[in-house]
Design a protein around this ligand. Structure first.
Ligand code: NAP
Length: 269
């Protein structure tokens, strides 16, 4: 039986939709006090309303949720995010550094601005969010940092995403040294590597695209956003205190087949 994270203070950057919303939902259900972040107020408000309704309908062990608007690529916004969580919830126990963007551009067409934009959010934004929360995470005594990386970059490649793949692999490089530096403060730093997950953005790409993605996954389906949340929740427990600097792929076996033949021999639909 895992220790409850009820009452813990959790920040989920990019928690207003997609995977971040799934992570936030899992922590709210577990009774945590969650601050979600994003830049778009309409999405953040809608998410808080949805998760508050869940908490108030008895779907939570006393959890709460609120939002903070800010850009993870700006140090001052990350500092204000940490200050806001401290003011509202008294401490910061868990930071889920999840905010990320994935615009596509082939390498031959990619501009310096394209590269800078992806790196600013995915790499610098991760580092700034962690840096801003370290003092409070250290005071917590059981600080947890959980990064949302990806299978794309650390394990696989996808045309159009050289900058994105590099940024997701960079998060793991950051994680390993951060885990070393923060271990003496009682803080662990781990990463979840989602495979293809069903988000609002994916739904916009249409049924044919979804079907082709499902066909490449041995489990025969896309991941659910909450399934990324469950992996994050594990890293946040007291029982995971001795796990640090680790990357966990949550992908329904997507990276395992060595060929299309291996995939069909496994009986994938
Ligand atoms: P999404 O639906 O587009 O949501 C992205 C979230 O990040 C939103 O809340 C967005 O809010 C926020 N965000 C983006 N840029 C930001 C910035 N500069 N500052 C603050 N917040 C920002 O994306 P997703 O698919 O859930 O992806 C979330 C994470 O999972 C990313 O790190 C992504 O690389 C990773 N991932 C996703 C998949 C997948 O299948 N979906 C697979 C592997 C990895 P605003 O736009 O309002 O700022």
């Amino acid at each position: 039986m895992f220790t409850s994270v009820s009452g813990r203070s959790v920040i989920v950057t990019g928690g207003s939709r997609g995977i971040g919303k799934g992570i936030a939902r899992v922590f709210v259900r577990a009774g945590a006090n969650v601050v979600i972040t994003g830049r778009d107020e309409a999405a953040a408000t809608a998410c808080v309303e949805e998760l508050t309704a869940l908490a108030e309908s008895g779907g939570s062990a006393g959890g709460s949720v609120s939002y903070f608007l800010g850009d993870v690529a700006r140090a001052e916004d990350c500092a204000a995010m940490a200050a806001t969580a401290l003011e509202r919830n008294g401490t910061i126990d868990v930071l889920c550094a999840n905010a990320g963007i994935f615009p596509d551009a082939k390498l031959v067409d990619m501009t310096v601005a394209d590269m800078d934009r992806v790196y600013a959010t995915n790499v610098k934004g991760t580092m700034l969010a962690v840096q801003a929360c370290v003092p409070a995470l250290a005071r917590s005594g059981r600080g947890r940092v959980i990064l949302t990386s990806s299978i794309t970059g650390p394990i696989t490649g996808f045309p159009g995403w050289t900058h994105y793949g590099a940024s997701k692999a960079a998060q793991l490089g950051f994680m390993r040294t951060a885990a070393l530096e923060l271990a003496p403060m009682g803080i662990t730093v781990n990463a979840v590597l989602p495979g293809n997950v069903a988000t609002e953005g994916l739904a916009e790409l249409g049924e044919a695209y979804r079907a082709s993605m499902e066909a490449s996954i041995p489990a025969g389906r896309l991941g659910e956003v909450d399934e990324i949340g469950y992996a994050a929740l594990f890293f946040a427990t007291d029982e995971a205190a001795f796990v640090t600097g680790q990357a966990l792929a949550v992908d329904g076996g997507q990276v395992l087949p060595e060929s299309l033949e291996a995939l069909s021999a496994a009986g994938a639909p």
